[in-house]
Ligand binder design. Structure first.
Ligand code: TA6
Length: 301
């Protein structure tokens, strides 16, 4: 779909606050600049790539080796994983993490409320999605850039069949050195260890990264704190209607195998993902709606 950036900007811009411009690779993005924060979200995948509260440094990591093209997910920021997480259980040829992170979403609105700016995008089922997943849906992604960052993923089942879906806001947080931070809020929580054949284990104390880490924490609705002594900041991640949290660091070997991440970047990123996956996937009856919310805030250490 060829997008006329100028025409979209004319319809949606808020002069001096929000504009639609060509971003990396010429992909259209909404650029927000309010008195309390700046931010960016691409129509490609409804993909948030930046949020900087005024006076603070960038919160999210984006790989300098990322691809910026149709059919490829941006490496970094906040990819949207839907309607499955990871590889599709019944189809090895299906794209990892579902198909919405590589689709062009439709810009629905840009709204200002005081110093907060909300950008809403929508994607819906069509023949290309039914090829992978035979259900009808409308997915709304609303990101609010303010002194906090709020992301709502509103899923409506628009078909006549009950359905079950997985979802994740696969956020890449920028860290000074991934071996130094600790993550609190998961103590005594069970998790599946994807680096150890999905064995179920129990988290004791804070999470620290000492090797490749790929864990799905189960049945937890708690807020997390990422305490980074190098960047001297605490990132707090609160959530609603999410019962799993994923923590991922590829470490060196996996990073080297990811050309769009590269061997030199893995130390500067840590994924903490608000999600509903596996046994905690969401069931919806026809016409039902479910909203998962992530709320990110920043404070000095
Ligand atoms: O969320 C962790 C994970 O599922 C890892 O297993 C790894 O595959 C990561 O997602 C990145 O996946 P991607 O398809 O974006 O390379």
């Amino acid at each position: 779909m060829s997008i006329n950036i100028e025409e979209i900007n004319h319809r949606f811009e808020i002069p001096g606050i929000a504009q639609v411009i060509a971003g990396e690779g010429g992909l259209p993005k909404v650029q927000v600049s309010s008195p309390v924060a700046t931010g960016e979200v691409y129509l490609h995948g409804a993909h948030v790539t930046s949020w900087r509260p005024t006076g603070a440094e960038e919160v999210f990591f984006v790989s300098p080796h990322s691809l910026w093209q149709d059919g490829k997910a941006i490496r970094g920021g906040i990819p949207v994983c839907f309607p499955w997480f990871g590889s599709k259980a019944d189809d090895p040829h299906a794209p990892d993490h579902g198909f919405v992170r590589t689709r062009e979403w439709r810009l629905d609105s840009i709204e200002r409320s005081g110093d907060a700016v909300s950008v809403s995008m929508v994607t819906e089922s069509d023949d290309s999605t039914r090829k992978w997943w035979p259900f009808d849906f409308r997915l709304l992604h609303r990101v609010t850039f303010a002194t906090e960052l709020t992301i709502e993923l509103v899923m409506t089942s628009t078909g006549s069949e009950p359905l079950r879906f997985e979802e994740a806001l696969h956020a890449y947080y920028r860290v000074g050195d991934v071996t130094k931070p600790s993550i609190s809020g998961l103590d005594r929580t069970h998790y599946l260890d994807k680096t150890d054949d999905f064995r179920e284990k129990l988290q004791r104390g804070s999470v620290v990264i000492e090797a490749e880490t790929d864990r799905v924490y189960l049945n937890t609705e708690r807020a997390l704190e990422l305490n980074d002594p190098v960047l001297q900041r605490r990132i707090t991640i609160a959530k609603q209607n999410s019962r799993t949290t994923v923590v991922w660091s590829p470490w060196s070997a996996k990073a080297r195998a990811l050309a769009d991440l590269g061997a030199d970047q893995w130390k500067h990123m840590l994924c903490i993902e608000v999600a509903n996956v596996g046994d905690f996937a969401v069931q919806l009856a026809p016409g039902e709606r479910h909203t998962m919310t992530a709320r990110v805030s920043l404070s000095s250490l």
